[in-house]
Ligand binder design. Structure first.
Ligand SMILES: [Zn+2]
Length: 347
């Protein structure tokens, strides 16, 4: 089975946007806020958006299952108040749940969190618990910068974040460290903010992760988009850790940190697989996502990342780790759900 650990519902029915518009209009004029969280979206409306996009690409590209979460840029934690974020998050997660129920063979849910700038992360714990226990989700997207490009929160290693880590460890779910849209005009969202976010989070873990991982031996993060700038500058990060007097990061950091394959060209994937241990790489495409076009050099979609992994000069056993089995280690609930659905034999 080929599991794509990073996909977003970027083709949501228009009624979700209508709800959001009303919600935001309601911030200025209470009379315009939505009167219900029932979006009025039918199952058929959901089917159309998936069958013509994510599922179609799964079939065309030969992948099986996608770990699926709400549109990352849509989380927009910086917009409105905490109440705005709580309501929006609930609505978006519920929509993901419907996709995972309608397409049990193709999607497994991951939630967004109702973060808001300056609001304690403990206020996001209940939604994580609801999504895992009631909706059978397997992880969450954790935004290290809910300010949307101004980096106002303390680093991820700060004790302020501990309540969500406690709940993640209790539920045995990982977090993908994933920023949302940028409201800083100097920082392009998917081209700069996403990659900065990945790189910044990794450096925060180098600086103070030793204590964090001592406090939470089961804590697991996925750094998406191929780990941002990290694999390309691996010597810099190993060297910085060394200069700080820390043991090799392979020993204490890599047991907790995993990279996906959302790197949209072959040389980038070759470098990722050469630099980062295979045990720390999970297949992902982030389709349908930030880069939708066809690469004129290859003749294929940039985000058709399976081709790049297929072309890696590594053993079949190592490819199986990237495509499937590493996911079971990082997301134990994926395995449980697949067993429950009869798609995977119990070991
Ligand atoms: Zn993403």
């Amino acid at each position: 089975m080929i599991i794509d650990c990073h996909g977003h519902y970027t083709t949501e029915p228009g009624k979700l946007g209508v709800f959001r518009d009303k919600q935001l209009a309601g911030l200025a004029d209470g009379n315009r806020k939505p009167t219900t969280e029932n979006l009025g979206i039918t199952d058929d409306e959901i089917r159309v958006t998936i069958e013509g996009a994510q599922k179609k690409q799964q079939i065309e590209r030969g992948t099986d299952m996608t770990i699926f979460s709400p549109r990352a840029a849509g989380m927009a934690h910086h917009v409105g108040t905490e109440a705005t974020s709580q309501q929006w998050t609930r609505v978006c997660n519920d929509l993901i749940y419907r996709v995972t129920e309608l397409f049990q063979d193709n999607f497994i849910g991951v939630c967004q969190l109702p973060q808001s700038p300056g609001v304690p992360i403990k206020n996001s714990v209940a939604e994580l618990e609801r999504c895992v226990k009631e909706l059978d989700f397997v992880g969450c997207n954790l935004n290290p910068d809910p300010s949307g490009g101004y980096w106002k929160e303390p680093p991820l290693t700060d004790k302020q974040w501990y309540p969500i880590y406690e709940k993640m460890c209790e539920l045995d779910v990982p977090a993908m460290v994933h920023v949302s849209s940028s409201c800083n005009p100097a920082v392009h969202a998917t081209g700069a903010h996403y990659i900065n976010g990945d790189t910044t989070a990794f450096m925060q873990l180098i600086q103070n992760g030793q204590q964090l991982f001592k406090d939470f031996p089961k804590l697991r993060f996925i750094i998406p988009h191929g780990g941002g700038a990290v694999p390309f500058h691996w010597g810099r990060y190993r060297g910085l850790a060394q200069d700080m007097g820390k043991p090799p990061i392979e020993e204490w950091l890599l047991p907790h940190v995993f990279f996906d394959t959302c790197v949209y060209h072959q040389p980038g994937i070759n470098l990722l697989a050469e630099v980062i241990p295979i045990d720390n790489i999970m297949f992902a495409s982030e389709m349908v996502g930030a880069v939708k076009g066809v690469d004129p050099k290859s003749g294929h979609n940039y985000d058709d990342t399976k081709r790049y992994v297929d072309a890696l000069k590594i053993s079949a056993a190592d490819k199986a780790k990237i495509f499937e089995t590493n996911v079971y280690k990082v997301y134990p609930r994926v395995k449980k759900r697949l067993e429950k659905l009869g798609k995977l034999k119990k070991a």
